[in-house]
Design a protein around this ligand. Structure first.
Ligand SMILES: NC(=O)c1ccc[n+]([C@@H]2O[C@H](COP(=O)([O-])OP(=O)(O)OC[C@H]3O[C@@H](n4cnc5c(N)ncnc54)[C@H](O)[C@@H]3O)[C@@H](O)[C@H]2O)c1
Length: 316
């Protein structure tokens, strides 16, 4: 039996996720959107791409969650971007309402699925999804760190003129400006990055990585979607193929890194049962201070979401 993957939201990230999934033939794909015929039309186009891609999986689109029944993995990309003049709280309200409706349907249709959250604000929406499903942390995690790391790896490779394949790195912390690129752990072909580039160059790369999402919005007028979709697919693949990949993902922390009850980007192992292990790395004082700032921001956003959901604060 083929695996079944549902992608909620047939916007830019959702359609591209479905496209890459279809090309990699990881399983049958169901694309869902609230907009009538949108997912259906995009799925049909992807079905017709299959002879050219040499892929036999099926892609169907629907507004009805019945089509998603018994999915193995569900990727949630449904979310609204912030409009000019809109407050963070108003955006949070809107996106919580979307995640609430989506996750309620997913829970009914696919009670054993693994949820990969993509909608922003990422760490908060992933927390909302866990809170509303009541699922264990191994089955609810978010995509951000892989994308942020891919951006860091890209800029390092561009600077050195080397293959992106040989650059390994990871970022910690919340998605967005508060990410913590721990460059001490970055290497190129096994050589520590700090031996290959001077501090000023590394600092410039870190700064560009932090602002990479905004750099694309400035150019396009909307957010990135090719790389976010590819990052989400890497997570789906790690689960469906039990790859045991070690990737930075937004993960519910239960004391690791000194935080509890929040989602934050940390290196984890992804395999058949989802998030199978959290890796704790030693941090120096500067990295610890950056991570603490990130924990504080994530906690504040999750507290705001908790108030909106009207649930009791998690025990600390
Ligand atoms: N985690 C990351 O690194 C990352 C990267 C890029 C984008 N994002 C986020 O992903 C989300 C999607 O981005 P996008 O560029 O695809 O946006 P988009 O506007 O192109 O697509 C969003 C889609 O969601 C659909 N939708 C809205 N409410 C829905 C509901 N209740 N049920 C089903 N579908 C619904 C919309 O109709 C739309 O088609 C945004 O929240 C964005 O901020 C996250």
């Amino acid at each position: 039996m083929r695996k079944k993957i549902t992608v909620i939201g047939a916007g830019r990230v959702g359609e591209t996720t479905a496209h890459i999934l279809a090309e990699r033939a990881l399983g049958d794909v169901v694309l869902v959107d609230v907009v009538d015929k949108l997912a259906e039309g995009k799925a049909l186009d992807l079905m017709e791409l299959r002879p050219l891609a040499g892929s036999d999986v099926t892609i169907m689109g629907s507004t009805d969650y019945a089509a998603t029944k018994d999915s193995d993995v569900v990727v949630v990309t449904s979310g609204m971007p912030r409009k000019p003049g809109e407050s963070r709280e108003d955006l949070l309200k809107k996106n919580i309402a979307i995640v609430r409706s989506v996750v309620g349907e997913v829970k009914k249709a696919s009670p054993n699925a693994i949820l990969v959250m993509v909608a922003n604000p990422l760490d908060t929406m992933t927390w909302v999804a866990k809170e509303l499903t009541g699922w264990p942390r191994n089955r609810v995690f978010g995509m951000a760190g892989i994308l942020d790391t891919a951006r860091l790896r890209t800029f390092v490779a561009m600077e050195l003129g080397c293959s992106v394949k040989d650059v390994t790195a990871f970022v910690l912390g919340g998605h967005g400006d508060e990410m913590v690129p721990v460059v001490r752990y970055a290497s190129v072909g096994g050589i520590p990055l700090e031996r290959l580039l001077p501090k000023e160059k590394i600092d410039a790369i870190v700064k560009r990585t932090r602002g990479a999402g905004g750099e694309i919005v400035k150019l396009l007028g909307f957010s990135a979607y090719f790389s976010p979709a590819a990052a989400a697919v890497d997570m789906v693949q790690a689960v469906l193929k039990d790859e045991k990949r070690v990737l930075p993902c937004s993960t519910f922390l239960d004391g690791e890194y000194g935080a509890r009850g929040i989602y934050l980007g940390v290196p984890v192992m992804l395999g058949a049962t989802g998030m199978e292990r959290v890796f704790e790395v030693e941090l120096n004082a500067e990295e610890r201070a950056m991570l603490d700032a990130s924990v504080k921001l994530c906690s504040e956003s999750i507290d705001a979401a908790r108030k909106l959901l009207q649930v009791a604060p998690a025990a600390v």
